[in-house]
Design a protein around this ligand. Structure first.
Ligand code: GLV
Ligand code: MG
Length: 345
């Protein structure tokens, strides 16, 4: 069995748990574009350096009669564009049960395998799907004489995939990360929503009724507040644990209501606080939101530095601003500091 070391060198020891060093490159926003859409494709070179990841999408949202055009469009863009050091090029191939995926893999690895950082595999059901892609990639890379292995990212968007998430995360040393795919997951679970990610006004809890409602009760005080719940909490938390266990990276997926930038930011922030390192962005307006949310704030970094300093050798407990800090809160602060350093924040 190959170990991550075969691909990535020695495991890096980060804080608080061992974290695989690659990819240490920022991936706060994975910005989707349709390579078959000439207008969109023309904007790609201008986005290099402004987003962490540009992803040429070949799967859903690309019409069946545009699949070949999208694949060829991605080859052309990859060849014509210098992505520099600060923007990675990823792709999302078609699903493994589609008629296009084998040609996606053969064409992309053969033609632009030296430029592709990560291949996102949709609708992953279990580790066998990752093994399949891993073996084909190994053959194609050997044939193309590639020196650097292409990494693999799974989308968690079937009930079976969620049930197998730990095995998927550990299925190959190529595994880079996992994204939540809330739209397909909702359909596969037979949820009764019709949205692409985000919350739902019907998924709420209602405050208890005011006691002894009767004459003289202030109607404002009697109003029963409602609190919308996060439909994706359970899946994101499972995904984050599986990724942390295997030293790979978890991501939120798409937020389809482009106009609702407030709810978008809230959803991204929930994912960030739960442990995700980035998200998909579907429209330029979401790029700045992702950048802001998935970078630690200046206040958090300043606080983390204070705790680190106050904790001296890192053991014991101290009081700071009336709060107890100890070894465990220091470890949380080190996570923030490590991220800030990685992002140059
Ligand atoms: C993404 O692919 C999703 O289905 O949400
Ligand atoms: Mg999907």
């Amino acid at each position: 069995m190959r170990s991550p070391k075969d691909f990535f060198g020695p495991l890096a020891v980060g804080a608080p748990a061992p974290v695989r060093e690659v990819p240490a490159l920022p991936s706060r926003m994975i910005h989707f574009f349709d390579p078959s859409n000439e207008k969109m494709a023309a904007k790609v070179p201008g986005m290099v350096g402004t987003v962490d990841v540009l992803l040429g999408n070949l799967e859903d949202a690309v019409r069946a009669d545009r699949k070949e055009a999208a694949r060829q469009g991605l080859v052309d863009i990859a060849r014509a564009t210098d992505f520099g050091d600060s923007t990675q090029l990823w792709t999302r191939i078609n699903s493994l049960d589609s008629p296009w995926v084998l040609d996606d893999l053969v064409t992309l690895v053969t033609e632009i395998g030296d430029r592709l950082d990560v291949i996102m595999v949709p609708k992953v059901q279990g580790p066998e799907d990752i093994h399949y892609v891993d073996r084909i990639l190994a053959q194609l890379e050997a044939r193309a004489g590639l020196k650097r292995p292409i990494l693999v990212h799974a989308i968690l968007e079937t009930a079976r995939g969620v049930a197998n998430v730990e095995e998927i995360a550990g299925a190959s040393p190529r595994m880079q990360g996992i994204s939540l795919g809330p739209a397909d997951l909702a359909a596969d679970r037979r949820m009764k929503t019709t949205r692409v990610g985000g919350g739902h006004p019907g998924y709420l809890v209602r405050q208890d009724p005011a006691k002894d409602l009767g004459e003289g009760v202030d109607p404002v005080a009697a109003e029963r507040a409602t609190y919308q719940q996060d439909l994706w909490h359970y899946t994101i938390a499972r995904m984050v644990d599986a990724c942390a266990m295997h030293g790979i990276f978890p991501y939120y997926g798409p937020f389809g209501d482009i106009k609702d930038v407030v709810a978008c930011e809230d959803q991204f922030r929930n994912a960030f606080l739960l442990g995700c390192v980035g998200t998909w962005t579907l429209h330029p307006v979401q790029i700045d939101i992702a950048k802001r949310v998935f970078s630690p704030s200046a206040e958090d970094v300043a606080h983390a530095r204070r705790v680190k300093e106050a904790m001296g050798d890192g053991t014991g407990a101290v009081m700071l601003d009336g709060r107890m800090e100890d070894d465990a809160s220091l470890k949380q602060c080190l996570v923030i500091l490590e991220l800030a350093e990685r992002l140059g924040a």
